[in-house]
Design a protein around this ligand. Structure first.
Ligand SMILES: NC(=O)C1=CN([C@@H]2O[C@H](COP(=O)(O)OP(=O)(O)OC[C@H]3O[C@@H](n4cnc5c(N)ncnc54)[C@H](O)[C@@H]3O)[C@@H](O)[C@H]2O)[C@@H](O)CC1
Ligand SMILES: Nc1ncnc2c1ncn2[C@@H]1O[C@H](COP(=O)(O)OP(=O)(O)O)[C@@H](O)[C@H]1O
Length: 314
């Protein structure tokens, strides 16, 4: 039975009702499906992308994720993003937060390392990190903007979330020279701050496609069905996740998770597809016996979901 894009949008419009969605990324699409850019991600697709943990591997095998996040008031966002990287299996995770968060970090996440921001943003200081995320709870002040400027000057690709996106919304000069393969992970408000207000989701999605191609980045437009838009303008629709997940901090965990997958060597598009699928899958598993899910609970579930994917037959 044909599936149309409108199924995955929270509002209605004439266009999306006639846009076919193909199921699966790998299998040969039917003739009419072949023409569509919209693809629904399946469990089989995700299993095709994920690689097992290797024999004789060690922490150096799985990359080093750096998370630049947090202010004194939003240290939680930073901790949740770092936790996302940790549960996503990065070999090492380093967090850079204001020093006032050190006790919280060492108490809540003893596996995560710390580095001072000043030390970090120097020539070559980023070389040892295989993936970088910036933004959760970092604030929109001058200091945060300066960090972002320095990251741009060091020409590293990164995952940009939350306040990094809010800063970029006021700095088109930076946004327009973003490194190719960067990943932007906006929710609807952040997306419209970045690219202007939209009257419906169909228009918003068309802007996402145009911008992903124009800037050469992956855009993860978050919602109940998250759209992962590749640099080639393909739209991968994530089917997992549920309203029990609608609580603050969920996106911070996703940012860390996607960063962990980049650290482990996945491409930007694959890391985004994997991250969204497993994030939502963890939420679906937990929602079987609870009304709502906290971001910390979801993070704890992620290694189990990842394991289930590997061990199930389908
Ligand atoms: N523990 C913490 O310290 C937390 C800190 N956070 C940080 O707080 C800062 C502000 O982020 P916020 O996202 O709260 O603020 P924003 O002002 O960007 O957006 C919040 C509002 O956007 C709307 N919204 C979001 N997703 C939506 C969707 N899919 N559909 C419709 N409306 C939607 C909702 O009305 C929501 O109240 C960020 O830096 C963020 O990382 C949050 O991540 C929450 C947890
Ligand atoms: N109703 C829902 N169904 C599926 N996923 C949801 C739902 N509500 C929230 N999520 C997921 O939770 C995350 C919320 O991200 P975001 O709004 O950035 O949160 P925060 O800024 O609080 O960390 C996204 O990945 C989104 O897809």
């Amino acid at each position: 039975m044909a599936v149309f894009l409108s199924t995955f949008l929270p509002d209605t419009d004439a266009e999306s009702k006639v846009q076919l969605v193909a199921t699966g990324l790998g299998k040969q699409p039917s003739k009419e499906e072949n023409a569509t850019r919209y693809r629904l991600v399946t469990e089989a697709d995700v299993k095709n992308i994920i690689k097992p943990r290797k024999e004789f591997s060690h922490k150096g095998t799985y990359g080093h994720a750096l998370i630049i996040a947090g202010t004194t008031q939003t240290m939680g966002a930073a901790l949740l993003a770092a936790k996302g990287a940790l549960v996503g299996g990065a070999g090492l995770t380093t967090l850079t937060i204001p020093e006032s968060g050190l006790v919280a970090l060492n108490t809540a996440l003893p596996e995560v390392m710390y580095t001072k921001r000043k030390a970090l943003l120097k020539e070559k200081a980023l070389d040892k990190y295989t993936a970088i995320a910036v933004g959760p709870g970092i604030g929109k002040g001058a200091k945060a903007e300066q960090i972002l400027e320095q990251l741009f000057s060091l020409k590293r690709e990164f995952v940009a979330d939350a306040d990094a996106l809010n800063i970029l919304a006021g700095r088109p000069d930076l946004l327009n020279k973003i490194e190719k393969h960067a990943i932007l992970t906006p929710h609807v408000k952040e997306f419209d701050r970045l690219f202007g207000a939209h009257e419906n989701w169909w228009n918003r999605l068309q802007t996402a496609i145009r911008k992903a191609v124009e800037l050469g980045v992956v855009i993860v437009l978050k919602n109940q069905y998250t759209f992962i838009v590749s640099q080639r303008g393909e739209v991968f629709i994530n089917p997992t996740g549920n309203p029990a997940m609608a609580q603050g901090g969920m996106g911070d965990v996703l940012t860390g998770l996607i960063t962990a997958y980049i650290a482990q060597g996945y491409s930007s598009t694959d890391a985004a597809i994997l991250g969204c699928y497993i994030h939502g899958m963890a939420g679906d598993e937990l929602a079987k016996d609870r009304f709502n899910i906290t971001a910390s609970q979801l993070a704890e579930q992620i290694p189990r979901s990842r394991y289930q994917l590997q061990s199930s037959d389908s």
